[in-house]
Design a protein around this ligand. Structure first.
Ligand code: DX5
Ligand code: ZN
Length: 221
């Protein structure tokens, strides 16, 4: 089987089992996905730089921030302060500040990513694509777990792989949204490097993280 990287989306974890879940996943996953929203870019508010610090107290797993905010430079600075390993800004509002955000993130020794919402084309990030460490393709509309999976977004994953091959770029390709049993086959055909996995694919399967994990593994193999 192909080696894939899993990144549990912590906005969908059970907060009453915070420590048990982080500890259980600690040696099994490649990163934790932290959704940072401002209530404006999307109509929701979930995790934050503060949450990154709380997870860091009990885990060394790299954390990857998925920013859904209007004021991207402000939140980039906050995420640099807490040394979030991957800082991924929304490509839709990065116009005019993308290069300076990427440079700042790299100067802090951290990894820079860009996120593309379903209707955003790869052309938007082309001017700075060679500088990116990660590109996240949203396979749902951002803001909430459990939304409709948008199959057409998978074409962008295929396109990014081809482009990386052709030009020798180094970015990781990540997908985010409704990664679950119903979509596993088509996602796996598109072949992203990192799978963000949330409520429908992991945390919501049972009320116990170990049985949820085992169920996920059996569905995904
Ligand atoms: C939504 C977030 C996702 C979300 C995915 O805006 O970006 O990370 O947690 O959850 P599922 O996989 O349950 O749709
Ligand atoms: Zn996300």
């Amino acid at each position: 089987t192909r080696k894939i990287q899993l990144s549990p989306s912590l906005m969908t974890m059970d907060l009453d089992q915070f420590k048990e879940q982080i500890t259980f996943l600690n040696d099994k996953v490649n990163s934790f996905h932290i959704d940072v929203m401002d209530g404006h870019f999307v109509p929701n508010i979930t995790l934050s730089p503060w949450f990154v610090e709380q997870v860091r107290k009990i885990s060394d797993v790299p954390m990857s921030a998925h920013m859904m905010v209007m004021d991207a430079p402000f939140w980039v600075d906050r995420l640099i302060e807490v040394k979030c390993d991957y800082i991924c800004f929304p490509s839709e509002v990065a116009n005019g500040v993308a290069f300076s955000m990427i440079d700042k993130i790299h100067a802090a020794g951290l990894k820079a990513g860009a996120v593309l919402n379903p209707e955003t084309s790869i052309d938007v990030i082309k001017p700075y694509i060679d500088l990116l460490d990660k590109i996240t393709i949203m396979t749902i509309d951002p803001g909430f777990a459990g939304q409709r999976f948008l199959e057409s977004t998978l074409d962008k994953i295929v396109e990014l792989r081809a482009l990386r091959e052709e030009k020798g770029y180094n970015y990781e390709i990540e997908m985010d949204g409704s990664t679950n049993k119903a979509h596993w086959k088509m996602i796996s055909d598109a072949n992203p490097d990192v799978y963000v996995i949330g409520r429908s694919g992991l945390f919501g399967l049972t009320d116990n993280i170990e049985s949820s994990w085992n169920q996920m593994v059996s569905e995904y193999e």
